[in-house]
Design a protein around this ligand. Structure first.
Ligand code: NDP
Length: 342
């Protein structure tokens, strides 16, 4: 059984004796920086001089260049985007590393796939929130905490676990708890849920919406029934709180019978094979290599995919439904926001 850590397992005093730097002040960087500060940990921010640096200053942090922040720190939270991290590490972090330093990753990706190989005298730990950055801050403010995966890739000092748990506690995770995990498994699991599970869900939504509209159901009713009513979000949220099994029992008997009677219709071996091939390409490093090439070439495929995504027919249905459900004025506002994203 995986080890599970709680509030009493972490000691934030350990961080008070260290110099802590956040490398990167993007979405997760900001959320973790604010949480650390509210837990009484002094930390500086290393970021390039731009709006993120300005935002960090406006939030009251001492902001400096990445290499300067790294030079003065013993504990560095690595919070720049994963695809740029190897270059930043090599040019600005690696030359500053000293015996006893600890590198803390919020995603195991770069270490697990060998893009970052820290020297043997440095602790390499992970505190990877299972929560989007906005939730990391919101839950902290509500005193609720959020689940993390924590791990130690290298324990050079003999105190790497203590550092990981101190960080997990100080950023507010241990109120909900942290599950011990290897770097490899965290990276693979994270990618697979995005690429296997979420992608299958997107396909399912698009196929279902197109099929139902083709069979004459009003697009607005289809979108509302599928997810815009908020029922699906409610079910998922409840499942996260009480478990899927217990949540399912709150549905009508007709619904329960229907789901269980049809369940085997979808037990296609082909589906499992497709999922396995996605997992294999993650585990053998094919995906990580493709994504590294994509970054070095200026994201040509990502741009193409995003253009294609913007043309998905479901969005038009979604926009119309949102207009209907939310009223013209606020829907027009949302439509503008959606267009801006692409
Ligand atoms: P963001 O994209 O929000 O932040 C990116 C940070 O990287 C900014 O500080 C940005 O600074 C910096 N950056 C980007 N490009 C460059 C560059 N070329 N040179 C120097 N700095 C650069 O990333 P996230 O906060 O989402 O992710 C940070 C880490 O947290 C990642 O490891 C991610 O996997 C992990 N994580 C994120 C979650 C989330 O919900 N966002 C959830 C769980 C883990 P600037 O733009 O000023 O250059």
């Amino acid at each position: 059984m995986a080890r599970f850590f709680r509030e009493e397992d972490g000691d934030t005093n350990l961080l008070k004796q260290k110099k802590v730097a956040l490398i990167g002040y993007g979405n997760m960087g900001r959320a973790l920086a604010l949480n650390l500060r509210d837990s009484g940990i002094r930390a500086v921010v290393g970021n390039v001089e731009d709006i993120y640096a300005e935002r960090a200053r406006a939030d009251g942090f001492d902001v400096m260049s990445i290499d300067r922040a790294a030079q003065g720190a013993n504990v560095m939270l690595m919070l720049v985007s994963d695809e740029v991290m190897p270059r930043i590490y090599l040019e600005m972090i690696a030359p500053t590393l000293k015996r006893g330093d600890a590198l803390v990753f919020a995603a195991a990706y770069n270490v697990a796939f060998g893009f970052i190989e820290p020297p043997a005298f440095v602790d390499v730990v992970m505190v990877a929130p299972r929560m989007v950055s906005a939730g990391v801050r919101e839950r902290f403010l509500k005193g609720e905490g959020f689940l993390s995966f924590v791990g130690v890739e290298r324990d050079a000092s003999g105190a790497a676990w203590e550092t990981a748990l101190a960080v997990a506690k100080a950023v507010g995770s241990l109120k909900a708890g942290a599950l011990a995990m290897s770097f490899e498994q965290e990276a693979e699991l994270d990618l697979f849920v995005q690429q296997g599970f979420m992608t299958a869900l997107y396909q399912l939504l698009n196929i279902t919406a197109a099929m139902l509209v083709e069979r004459g159901y009003p697009p607005e009713a289809v979108c509302a029934e599928l997810y815009l009513s908020g029922e699906l979000a409610y079910i998922i949220e409840k499942a996260g709180q009480v478990g899927l099994a217990e949540q399912a029992q709150t549905h009508s008997l007709t619904a329960q019978y229907g789901v269980l009677a049809r369940y085997e219709h979808f037990s296609e071996p082909k589906f499992k094979r497709q999922m396995m091939s996605i997992l294999e390409e993650i585990r053998d490093g094919t995906f990580a290599q493709n994504w590294a090439n994509e970054y070095s070439n200026g994201y040509p495929r990502l741009k193409e995919y995003l253009e294609r995504l913007a043309r998905w027919p479901t969005w038009e249905m979604e926009r119309r439904t949102m207009k209907l459900l939310a009223g013209e004025a606020s829907a027009a506002h949302k439509e503008e926001d959606t267009q801006r994203r692409y």
